[in-house]
Design a protein around this ligand. Structure first.
Ligand code: CA
Length: 218
């Protein structure tokens, strides 16, 4: 089941989208601010983001900019007022993104969402594999050798970050911002805790500590 993140602070609109998507067989999570949208989008637990431009806190444009800065590949459909559609168009980069001018009919939005999801399946690698360690990005399953390993959404997102950057040292700060988003205290030891969880599941030697620098997948 595809998971759609909805970022829309106007309750009337967000619940309209939520109900329609649920009826069409999607799982949804709704957030009401830009920062929540960003943090949820960066967890890696969603297949598509429906993003309103006018959000409290950081607006939709800023959310898009920060997602791009994090090299997020999450497809985004932006909701915008009809008279600012031109601005929106110029802020959208990359083929994964699209926009809808308000007001829109639900079936138009649904068609766009299905199109974007089909594109994403075609272009995204389905499998990340490094030396017997595999992550299936579609089914969200992990295997070590021929053993299947259960990972939480956050563990999966962290493992994905390591498998996308094998043999590279990733600092705590990089992992924290890519996997947890911006609202975590940089002094938090949550990265170390989750690296511990992954070592327990993948084998301790898989993730090396590089003293004073961070972690590296071997
Ligand atoms: Ca709004």
């Amino acid at each position: 089941m595809s998971r759609i993140l909805i970022a829309e602070d106007e309750l009337r609109i967000s619940s309209f989208i939520e109900k329609g998507l649920a009826a069409a067989g999607f799982a949804t999570v709704t957030v009401f601010s830009g920062l929540d949208a960003l943090n949820h989008a960066l967890t890696g637990g969603f297949d598509l983001l429906v993003l309103d431009i006018g959000l409290p806190g950081i607006d939709g444009y800023e959310v898009l900019r920060r997602l791009q800065a994090e090299r997020s590949t999450l497809p985004v459909i932006v909701l915008t007022a009809r008279d600012s559609a031109e601005d929106t168009l110029t802020s959208l980069q990359g083929g994964a993104n699209d926009y809808m001018a308000k007001p829109f009919r639900f079936d138009e939005l649904l068609a766009r969402i299905r199109l974007r999801l089909a594109d994403a399946v075609r272009v995204a690698p389905a499998l990340l594999a490094v030396d017997g360690l595999e992550l299936d990005l579609r089914t969200r399953r992990a295997t070590v050798g021929d053993r299947q390993v259960d990972l939480s959404a956050r563990e999966f997102a962290l493992a994905e970050e390591f498998l996308r950057n094998p043999e590279q040292v990733l600092s705590r700060e990089q992992l924290l911002s890519r996997v947890w988003g911006y609202d975590f205290d940089p002094g938090s030891n949550i990265v170390d805790v989750y690296v511990g969880y992954l070592r327990a599941k993948f084998g301790a030697a898989r993730i090396e500590t590089v003293r004073g620098m961070g972690y590296r997948l071997r």
